[in-house]
Ligand binder design. Structure first.
Ligand code: SF4
Length: 378
C-alpha cells in the first residue's frame, strides 16, 4: 500500500496536476481546504486567473503529502465524482483529500496584520516563515535557474518581505492555540543577502525570538539557509535549533556553476563543502541536511552526491524539480519517474545505513525524504 501511494506521489511530481472546471468551481467555495500560498516560488507551470483558489497540497492514501503543482497539460486531473474530489488518470480514479485550511488564516495579529502575511502552513504540519522575501542573486540574473522567488513575490504574494521575530512568535503561538496537536515544527527559510554572516545571524535572531515566545510547547525548529562564511555561527544555531539544511542543489561542479551562478560565484562550492564539514562537527551527524533538486544533473552525479554527503554524516534532502513560471527553467522537463525511483532507493539505503531522519517528516510536498525514510521505494 505504501509503495503504491509513494509511486502515485512520484507520478504527480513528474507530471504536475491539472484541474477540471467543475473542481475549480467547487474549490472556490470550499474554504475549509487549504489554498495555495506562495511565500517562496510560483510552483506552477502557468498561473490560472489571478485570485483563483487552487489546492496547495494533496493527501494521498490518507498519509502522503504531494504538491499540487499546476500543469494544464497533465493527464493527472483533479476532478469531482459525486461532488467528492478525486484524481483521474485515464480510467483510473483515486480518492484524495486536502489539508484543512488553518483556523489561524484570516485572523488578525496584534499589529492588525493578517496571520498569513507572516506564517504559511506548509505540508499540513509545518509553520513556515520565509524571510527575507528577496534574494540578491535576482538583482543581476544570477539566481538559481529553477527558482521563481522574484516573480512570485512581485506578482502573486502578499507576504511580508521581512518578518519580525516578535510578531512571528505571536503568529506561531496563535496557530498552536487554535489547533492543538496539529503543528510539529517551525521551518525558517529565506532569500540570500550579500553579507552571508549577517543573513545567517538574522535567521538565528528570528528563530530565537519565535522560540522564546513559544517555550511552553514542543515544537521543533528547523532552518534552511545559505551557510555563513564564519562557521563559528553554527554554535549559535545549536543553542536554538534542532537541525539545519544548506542547499547545494547540484553536486556536479560544472552544473552547479551553470544552474546556481550566484551561489557558485559569491559563495563557491569549495566553501559549501567546508561549511558542511564544520556544521557536522558542531551539530553532529544526522543533524545537517544537504538540499538537492532532482532533475538538474545526470543520475550518476546526484547519486554520487547522496553517497558523498551520507558518508560525511550529512542527510541528503531531495526535492523534485518543477518548472515554475517566472523561473529561468520554466520550460525545462520534470525528472522522469524512473529517475526519481532510483534516487529514492539510494536515499533509502543511506537513511537506513546512517539512521537519518527526514528534515520535516511527513511534510515535504515536493521531496522524497519521508518516503525514502519509510522505505516506500522498495
Ligand atoms: S539562493 Fe537560489 S533558490 Fe534560494 S532564493 Fe536565492 S535564487 Fe532562490
Amino acid at each position: 500500500m505504501l509503495a503504491e501511494t509513494v509511486s502515485l506521489k512520484l507520478e504527480l511530481l513528474c507530471n504536475g496536476v491539472s484541474f477540471s472546471g467543475e473542481f475549480l468551481e467547487y474549490f472556490q467555495l470550499r474554504t475549509d481546504h487549504i489554498e495555495k500560498r506562495r511565500a517562496y516560488g510560483t510552483g506552477d507551470s502557468i498561473i490560472l486567473n489571478h485570485g483563483t483558489r487552487t489546492p496547495q497540497e494533496i493527501i494521498l492514501g490518507g498519509q502522503i503529502i504531494a504538491a499540487a503543482n499546476y500543469n494544464p497539460d497533465s493527464n493527472y486531473c483533479i476532478s469531482l465524482e459525486k461532488q467528492i474530489p478525486v484524481l483521474k488518470i485515464g480510467n483510473r480514479t483515486v480518492k484524495i483529500t486536502f489539508p484543512q485550511r488553518p483556523k489561524s488564516y484570516g485572523m488578525h495579529l496584534s499589529n492588525s496584520e493578517l496571520f498569513e502575511k507572516h506564517v504559511t502552513v506548509y505540508g499540513n504540519s509545518t509553520l513556515g516563515i520565509f524571510s527575507p522575501g528577496h534574494c540578491y542573486y535576482f538583482n543581476n540574473g544570477d539566481e538559481c535557474k529553477f527558482c521563481s522567488l522574484g516573480p512570485a513575490r512581485e506578482i502573486l504574494s502578499d507576504h511580508k518581505m521581512r518578518i519580525k521575530g516578535d510578531i512571528a512568535g505571536e503568529a506561531v503561538a496563535t496557530a498552536i492555540k487554535e489547533e492543538k496537536g496539529r503543528y510539529k515544527r517551525v521551518l525558517l527559510n529565506g532569500g540570500t543577502i550579500p553579507n552571508y554572516d549577517k543573513g545567517y545571524s538574522i535567521h538565528i535572531d528570528l528563530l530565537e525570538r519565535v522560540k522564546e515566545t513559544n517555550l511552553h510547547n514542543t515544537l521543533e525548529y528547523h532552518l534552511i539557509s545559505m551557510p555563513p562564511k564564519d562557521f563559528r555561527l553554527f554554535d549559535r544555531f545549536k543553542k536554538n535549533g534542532n537541525n539545519m539544511s544548506m542547499s547545494i542543489e547540484v553536486f556536479d561542479p560544472a552544473l552547479f556553476k551553470e544552474v546556481c551562478p550566484g551561489k557558485a560565484r559569491d559563495y563557491t562550492r569549495e566553501r559549501f563543502l567546508a561549511a558542511f564539514e564544520a556544521a557536522v562537527e558542531v551539530l553532529g551527524r544526522g543533524n545537517v541536511y544537504a538540499g538537492f533538486v532532482a532533475g538538474m544533473e545526470p543520475l550518476e552525479s546526484i547519486i554520487e552526491g547522496i553517497e558523498f554527503f551520507g558518508d560525511m554524516g550529512v542527510v541528503p534532502a531531495v526535492a523534485a524539480f518543477h518548472p515554475d513560471v517566472g523561473s529561468q527553467y520554466s520550460n525545462r522537463q520534470r525528472p522522469s519517474i524512473d529517475f526519481l525511483i532510483k534516487v529514492g532507493k539510494k536515499m533509502s539505503e543511506i537513511y537506513h545505513r546512517e539512521g537519518f531522519q527526514p528534515l520535516i517528516e511527513g511534510s515535504g510536498r515536493n521531496s522524497l525524504d519521508t518516503e525514502a525514510y519509510l522505505g516506500g521505494f522498495a
